[in-house]
Design a protein around this ligand. Structure first.
Ligand code: ADE
Length: 257
């Protein structure tokens, strides 16, 4: 896969591209990541890339020409051009999975009050937001998108299983994980994980994954088709949650007396 990042701040990406799992994926030639400085495509003698908004108002708008020229310098028939903006559709694992199948992704990072809308309308394939909050620019959003895509590429993670069990990959949050020591500050690891019985362990993980998703993200449970075993588990989880809340109420009432 090839990823081109169009930005006014390419230096922000230096460590990101070199370090950790992304760095390894680059070294293994699984992905090529280039940063293109939009300012290099400005024809202005002061290398300006922004201007006042037509109609007035606060802030500056990124001019269309440098962005268009930067896009043209890397675009091919196979490119998917994505603009990072708080106005975009909200990013999620499903979008990451789809993007990981692309051959060439161009990520455009906006700044100031955004970019000239003619560029968006004519040359952008998709607009993505990484959440309902506003960043100073699209760079951190672009890093989030690159990170989430690259880790899905074959050969990047050592064990393919490691993303199959991830939160969100299968529409549920991930079960809790533990490592050594067996006892930490008096707290023990759940017994079943030490049993060596993989059937039991898988069942426990399936249950815990369902439980944490039910507690934290009931919307995900509603959106998911649960298999028979998960449906039974969910009934049990709901029952024990209800019992726990009855117990809590009893305790509160007792304390009031
Ligand atoms: N640029 C500024 N805020 C953003 C956000 N939330 N997502 C993507 N790009 C952005």
């Amino acid at each position: 896969m090839k990823i081109d990042i169009l930005t006014l701040f390419p230096e922000m990406f230096t460590n990101f591209i070199d370090a950790s799992i992304i760095g390894r994926a680059v070294n293994k030639n699984i992905v090529t990541i280039n940063c293109i400085n939009i300012r290099d495509f400005s024809k202005d003698k002061h290398r300006r890339v922004d201007d006042y908004p037509f109609g007035g108002g606060a802030g500056m708008v990124m001019s269309p020409e440098p962005i268009y020229n930067a896009i043209s310098s890397v675009k091919s028939e196979k490119s998917k051009i994505i603009y990072l903006t708080p106005k975009g559709r909200t990013y999620n694992q499903h979008i990451a999975n789809n993007l990981s199948l692309e051959e060439h992704i161009i990520l455009l990072c906006g700044h100031y009050e955004g970019i000239d809308n003619r560029v968006v309308e004519a040359y952008i394939d998709d607009e993505i937001s990484i959440g309902d909050y506003v960043l100073t620019g699209g760079e951190i959003a672009a890093m989030a998108v690159v990170d989430s895509i690259v880790r899905l590429l074959p050969g990047v993670l050592n064990n393919q299983q490691s993303f199959v069990d991830d939160s969100h990959f299968n529409g549920l949050l991930e079960y809790p994980q533990y490592t050594r020591p067996r006892i930490f500050n008096g707290m023990e690891v759940p017994e079943v994980l030490l049993s060596g019985n993989h059937e039991k362990i898988n069942k426990w993980r399936k249950y815990e994954s369902l439980k944490i998703t039910y507690e934290r993200r009931p919307d995900m449970i509603e959106a998911k088709n649960l298999d028979k075993e998960q449906q039974e588990m969910l009934k049990d989880i709901i029952k024990s949650t209800m019992n726990a809340s009855v117990d809590n109420n009893n305790l509160e009432n007792k304390n009031k007396l």
